[in-house]
Design a protein around this ligand. Structure first.
Ligand SMILES: [Zn+2]
Length: 307
């Protein structure tokens, strides 16, 4: 793990140099028009600014990223990215607020923008010929029977469907806009999984029809095999996807103390990002932070904080 005292976490000039190197490894290009005909502006007041010789617009390393229009220094952003990508279950806005010395509100916005950076900007189909993909669903929220609006049943909770490629460990998780049903689950599966893949699920009726659209569909019976996990006769399991849901739910309870449904997808992005790029698949903290930093472009946010 990079020490928190590394220059890019404590010194703004070093942080800007770090971000510029991440964004423009080979050549600086204008975020407005894409031109490489740009130059760094001289003069102290224009430090960090570039001028595009084609569109004549100015820009910095923040332009066109989730950091645009933020007043938080770049070195605090880099530290926040490092903390959020390195902690297995995430980090609360309260803790970020204390560690970064920014207001709670700033820490909250910062964390949500970093979650946006963690979203897969170019999702390619999962699986492929000779590969398997595990799919499973879970239901989130509305669990306290003592809460004011508690209502029984899945339709009163948020439905989440997740896919895992066991070979690579890659996860994709989506908050369904309606309760999971045969139609919306099919839509998610056929648009996210290569049809040459083998589909592995439990015996839920949600997957019976869509399963026929893949090379094969193998199910795992809900039963204890005595070895501590569920496994079908051909070795198929849904353990990876269930494990992902386990990490997600523990983090949401222990670190984030639940979230509103309007924010659920961003938390899913965060947990899917860390799980897909975990140390168990050979990705260390510094690499994971560098990957999240690569994701900051093209994802400016417009949402507001509730209440
Ligand atoms: Zn330009």
């Amino acid at each position: 793990m990079t020490a928190f005292t590394a220059p890019q976490f404590t010194n703004e000039t070093a942080a800007i140099a770090h971000l510029e190197a991440s964004r423009w490894a080979d050549v600086v290009n204008c975020p407005h028009c894409g031109s490489v005909n740009v130059h760094r502006m001289a003069g102290k007041t224009q430090a960090g600014y570039f001028l595009c010789n084609d569109c004549r617009d100015k820009f910095t390393c923040r332009t066109g990223t989730v950091m645009e229009r933020s007043h938080i220094p770049v070195h605090k952003w880099l530290l926040a990215i490092h903390l959020l990508t390195a902690s297995k279950k995430g980090m609360s806005a309260h803790q970020l607020h204390r560690m970064l010395g920014v207001t709670y509100k700033s820490a909250w916005f910062l964390a949500h923008r970093i979650r946006e950076a963690m979203a897969d900007g170019n999702p390619t189909p999962m699986g492929g010929e000779g590969e398997s993909v595990q799919a499973d669903e879970t239901y989130y929220g509305n669990t306290s029977k003592r809460a004011k609006h508690y209502r029984k049943g899945h339709s009163k909770k948020a439905s989440v469907v997740a896919l895992v490629e066991p070979k690579t460990g890659r996860v994709r998780a989506v908050h369904m806009s309606k309760t999971a049903n045969v139609e919306n689950v099919r839509e998610f599966l056929v648009t996210n999984i290569d049809r040459k893949s083998e589909l592995h699920t439990d015996e839920s009726r949600l997957y019976i029809t869509v399963g026929k659209e893949f090379a094969d569909h193998k199910t795992v019976e809900h039963g204890w095999n005595g070895r501590g996990y569920y496994v079908g006769k051909d070795g198929q399991t849904t353990n990876n996807v269930e494990n992902f849901f386990g990490v997600f739910k523990k983090g949401m309870v222990g670190v984030y103390h639940f979230c509103g449904e309007q924010h659920l997808q961003r938390y899913l992005n965060e947990f899917a990002f860390r799980y897909s790029n975990r140390s168990g698949v050979g990705i260390e903290d510094n690499q994971r932070a560098a990957m999240a930093l690569k994701g900051i472009e093209g994802k400016r946010l417009t949402y507001r904080r509730p209440n």
